[in-house]
Design a protein around this ligand. Structure first.
Ligand code: NOJ
Length: 768
């Protein structure tokens, strides 16, 4: 008896200690919420005063599309409880429901609830909806902000016509690791270009008037550090230094805030040991504090719940407490808020002010979208019919596809081919593929809607013979399943080799399947998947006159091809108009002008590889001893550097000049001349090097670019101005500073330096 009593006493003390520890922990975690009574509109303030706690928590909840909406009953028994919550006005948003009619039916349920607060409908509209532009990484290679903005605006128009009013884009994660499958979704490795593209995309989606029926709210993601997953493995740990965080990772998010992005998505990863979804420093201190972001933060899919696996939260209740207090306003598919937030508030673990703050932000975005005036404004079936798949979207998709192509190599002007060229062989499964070139992240689009390369050639009236050569995948491509690459099917090799033998020129279309990149699709090898490399070498043995067209969602290792193949055209995945863009480029109707926004390595062992590296203390090269920063089996340099891309025109750079008499605005200019007989576009790039810093600076950093057109023989002076913004950087405390001292600068057609000039910033003439 006594033993039992002692045991019960011990158990009581133990439980009490745990409870006290959690209380203590939670108290430390309680954020300071800014009190600002006039912050919201009359409408939002009134709603806030009328809502029950449960209704508020409901607004902070987003569910995946759980009700078909085409029928009166939820499809799965299991979803009844979600439907009930919707009918009671306790759901703020749904994702993955589209189509004007479906959206309308679901919205009807929401607006018939007690307070009639409309839902916001979210979807991943990443590079188009039905009509697809090139994958975002490809688009970034156009360096054409106007076209990128237009592509996003078209995506918004099409998605809005199908009932969507919120896209989970742009992804603005900088990444230097081609193994990571999601590099296809971003703008590459550079922060300066990444900021410019991020702004263009936000402007495109949101337009000037968010309440217009053709604009949608955008979402900068993933906050923060997701692109630095260790070893390029998706969802892996992120551990980066403060200099990288402040100077590389955060600026594109800040750029989005400056462009008035309405929402930000936090991230699956831990950043320096703290789960991003529960990271108070990132969300409260930086985003909502320092940057004054006024929109709301959504978690990533189940990222709240994943904090338990990370070892950051004890259970789902703890998840709710940590995420809400850290500033994660809406929970996507963790069910943490809907199940535990009310109790957490009642128990004093989350202040009511935190809830009001989150709900105020969410309602304000709904108000800006005009949903309170007309909850059904995105549900017009007639407009849907008229707008979706509009031919003008195709035209625009073709224009940006043409500018996204990067000519990597063109020995002896092998390209363009003339239309009179006889005996053309086309080899490769991807040439005859109408789905793969659509790329990854294309929820809403339909398989088989891309113009294939063969169709593009047909349209140009090109005579060719085709052989598949190698099969790329054996199973049906699907968004969520693994792509199985056929590793040993050589059954169609012979036919391809025979065809090549009897042809004058061979166009080989090789690369990754569209679903070999994207979320959950990291690779350890960056070569041509399956037996394609072997096929390439076998064809080369019988006919070296090959034009190689590569498709992929990431940089590839093309070292063998670079050594042996005269012409390589990298086309990424160009979306709906792929075949037309590629055919017109191969035959000279389009002059390629894209430049790489991610470095192409020589070997996967060089990854992560990027252009704006630090110098190290032993940059070398040394010829006699090994003690310098290098590999013993590979060069340090990449195969194709950031900024590289050829054209059918040729451009020369001369007369670089620096005028630094005005220290607030340093003028740098160069003359660019088209020395060829073909008119063409050139992306003129400016790089600086801050020679000495309290925190060391990279050996070169992009700080300006301009895309110009030059007629044959024409010259243009291209002028850039460097201000504090371009010359400064963030120290390890996140303080922005411009340090006096010497700078190098060069203007070039790639990140490879030429004609380096210098200037000095004097201490007494710059602001700190
Ligand atoms: C998970 C992805 O990481 C995120 O980018 C996406 O928006 C959500 N799923 C919703 O589909």
């Amino acid at each position: 008896m006594q033993r039992a009593l002692r045991f019960l006493l011990l158990l009581f003390c133990f439980t009490l200690t745990i409870a006290c520890q959690r209380q203590e922990k939670i108290q430390k975690e309680m954020p300071v919420v800014k009190e600002n009574t006039n912050r919201y509109s009359q409408k939002v303030s009134t709603l806030l005063s009328q809502m029950t706690l449960e209704e508020k928590v409901g607004q902070m909840t987003q569910f995946n599309g759980f009700w078909d909406a085409t029928g009166p009953v939820p499809k799965e028994e299991d979803n009844n409880w979600k439907y009930d919550l919707l009918a009671e006005g306790k759901v703020g948003s749904v994702l993955n429901v589209s189509g004007a009619e479906n959206v309308c039916k679901m919205q009807e349920v929401a607006v018939n609830s007690r307070l009639g607060i409309p839902l916001i409908f979210g979807l991943d509209v990443i590079h188009g909806h039905k009509t697809l532009s090139p994958i975002p990484l490809a688009e970034s290679c156009s360096w054409n902000l106007e076209l990128i903005e237009k592509a996003s605006a078209n995506a918004a128009k099409e998605a809005a016509a199908r009932g969507i009013n919120w896209t989970f884009a742009p992804m603005v994660d900088i990444s230097r690791d081609a193994r990571w499958g999601r590099v296809m979704e971003g703008a590459g490795e550079d922060t300066f270009l990444g900021c410019a593209i991020a702004k263009a995309r936000v402007r495109g989606f949101q337009g000037n008037d968010l309440s217009a029926p053709h604009t949608i709210a955008s979402c900068a993601k993933h906050f923060a550090g997701y692109g630095f997953a260790e070893a390029g493995r998706d969802y892996n740990t992120v551990d980066v230094g403060t200099s990288t965080l402040y100077n590389v990772i955060l600026p594109p998010f800040k750029a989005c805030v400056e462009a008035d992005v309405q929402t930000v998505m936090n991230s699956f990863n831990v950043l320096n040991g703290v789960a991003a979804t529960g990271d108070e420093f990132l969300q409260q201190e930086i985003l909502k504090g320092k940057w004054d972001f006024e929109g709301f933060i959504i978690s990533d899919w189940g990222s709240g719940k994943e904090m338990i696996d990370h070892g950051f939260a004890e259970d789902l209740e703890h998840v709710a407490i940590l995420s809400a207090n850290a500033g994660s306003d809406m929970d996507m598919e963790s069910y943490a808020y809907t199940r535990h937030l009310k109790t957490a508030v009642e128990n004093g673990h989350v202040k009511m002010a935190v809830i009001d703050e989150a709900v105020g932000r969410i309602l304000t975005v709904k108000e800006k979208l005009g949903l309170f005036d007309d909850p059904f404004k995105y549900c017009d079936v007639a407009r849907e019919k008229e707008i979706v798949n509009h031919p003008s979207f195709r035209e625009d998709a073709l224009e940006i596809a043409k500018e996204s192509i990067v000519l990597l190599k063109n020995d002896k002007k092998r390209l363009p081919l003339t239309k009179k060229q006889q005996n053309i062989a086309v080899i490769g499964a991807l040439a005859d593929d109408k789905t793969s070139p659509l790329g990854s992240w294309r929820i809403g689009s339909d398989d088989g809607t891309a113009v294939s390369v063969l169709e593009g050639l047909d349209k140009l009236g090109i005579n060719y013979k085709y052989a598949k050569g190698a099969t790329l995948n054996t199973n049906d491509p699907n968004f969520i399943f693994e792509i199985k690459v056929n590793e040993d099917d050589r059954s169609e090799f012979d036919a391809a080799i025979d065809l090549a033998k009897n042809s004058e020129v061979v166009i080989m279309v090789l690369g990754e399947h569209g679903f070999q990149s994207g979320e959950g699709r990291s690779r350890t090898r960056l070569d041509l998947p399956g037996v394609q490399q072997e096929l390439l070498e076998k064809v080369f043995e019988v006919n070296p006159n090959i034009v190689l067209v590569t498709m992929s969602g990431r940089p590839l290792v093309l070292d063998w091809a670079d050594k042996n193949i005269p012409a390589i055209l990298h086309t990424w995945q160009l979306g709906s108009e792929t075949g037309n863009a590629i055919a017109s480029t191969l035959f000279g109707d389009n002059n390629p002008s894209g430049k790489l926004t991610m470095t192409f390595p020589r070997s996967v062992g060089q990854v992560p590889i990027y252009y704006n590296v630090y110098n190290t203390g032993r940059p070398g090269p040394l010829t006699d001893v090994v003690f310098w920063s290098h590999y013993i089996d590979e060069e340090n340099s990449p195969l194709y550097p950031f900024g590289h891309g050829l054209s059918y025109s040729e451009f020369s750079y001369s007369n670089t000049q620096v005028n630094s008499t005005n220290q607030e605005k340093i003028k740098v200019s160069a003359t660019v001349t088209n020395t060829s007989k073909t008119g063409g576009k050139e992306i003129v790039q400016l790089y600086i090097r801050d020679k000495v810093g309290r925190v060391v600076r990279p050996i070169k950093e992009l700080k300006g670019f301009d895309k110009i057109f030059l007629n044959p023989g024409e010259s243009k002076e291209v002028v850039f101005y460097l201000t504090e913004k371009e010359l400064g950087y963030f120290d390890n405390n996140g303080k922005f500073l411009v340090e006096p001292g010497d700078f190098d600068v060069f203007i070039s057609g790639s990140s490879t330096p030429q004609d380096i000039k210098s200037f000095t910033i004097f201490s007494d003439e710059v602001s700190p």
